[in-house]
Ligand binder design. Structure first.
Ligand code: 2HA
Ligand code: ZN
Length: 278
């Protein structure tokens, strides 16, 4: 008789720990007040199957915007209305493990969201962004959204021109151009949670791993939770410095275009064209 392989305890899964630590840290940093923020993390099938029987579906949830390209893929996602403050203490209600169903028209919940809640309200933006990032980077796995305070502040005081915004951030800390040479995408102000904001965010994700929602927050994409968190953290730090400076007229010196070009060369990154003139 074939012996059934014992599944490991999901509470010990490294991907779950990464999720609750990221969510908790985003709250701790003041970026996710109340139920703000959401994360989705593409998991490998083998990874999920160590912990779960993928044929055991808890419930099937229809999704308004189909994502055919993601059919059969597994994700761990944050739940709608969840307070990241509680993420560490309440993982089985805060997070859900889902599999995208046939033709990407529904999702099967395999674990979590035990109180009956739905996955994040920003699922359209997450799914469409995953689709676009996977086209440009086969290692892509994480989409993260939060309400990074100084990024939001800067969307009131700075022009919302992508090239200008990117250049200002690059000038605020030496490491910025190295961490996000692809620059920042910015969508117009829109109603959150809609298919439209999801589509426009994903369009920007074709060329940028950071997309700003004016007066709301930021989306980041990356290959790991740490890398994605670090990307947002770096942009937020640059915005914090911009905001600490206050009136840009107070700036007496900055990193010059020549220096930005030298930095990019030294760290072997290609800055998005049309931003620095050197
Ligand atoms: O409620 O951040 O954008 C979670 C959000 C919506
Ligand atoms: Zn939000």
């Amino acid at each position: 008789m074939p012996t059934k392989v014992q599944k490991k305890n999901l509470e010990d899964a490294p991907f779950l720990k990464e999720m609750y630590n990221a969510a908790f840290n985003m709250w701790r940093l003041g970026w996710d007040e109340r139920n703000g923020g959401n994360i989705s993390y593409l998991l490998k099938e083998e990874e999920v199957k160590e912990y779960l029987d993928a044929s055991k579906v808890v419930r099937t949830i229809p999704i308004p915007t189909s994502v055919e390209e993601l059919e059969g893929k597994f994700f761990i996602v944050t739940g709608s209305g969840k307070y990241f403050k509680n993420a560490k203490e309440d993982p089985c209600n805060t997070f859900g493990i889902i599999k995208v169903g046939e033709r990407g028209q529904s999702i099967d919940l395999l674990w979590g969201l035990e109180d009956g809640t739905l996955p994040t309200s920003e699922l359209p933006a997450h799914f469409k962004s995953h689709t676009e990032r996977l086209k440009v980077d086969s290692e892509h796995r994480v989409i993260m959204h939060n309400h990074a305070t100084n990024i939001i502040a800067m969307t009131f005081t700075h022009e919302l021109d992508e090239a200008m915004f990117t250049k200002t951030l690059w000038q605020m800390c030496t490491e910025c151009i190295v961490v996000f040479p692809d620059g920042i995408g910015i969508v117009p102000w829109m109603i959150p949670g809609t298919a439209e904001i999801g589509l426009q965010t994903a369009q920007k994700m074709k060329e940028h791993r950071l997309v700003i929602w004016p007066h709301h927050g930021i989306f980041g994409a990356g290959t790991t939770i740490d890398e994605t968190f670090g990307l947002i953290e770096t942009a937020e730090k640059a915005s914090q410095i911009y905001t600490a400076i206050g009136d840009p007229a107070r700036i007496k010196q900055t990193i010059t275009d020549r220096e930005l070009a030298d930095l990019a060369k030294a760290f072997h990154v290609t800055p998005r064209p049309g931003i620095i003139i050197a």
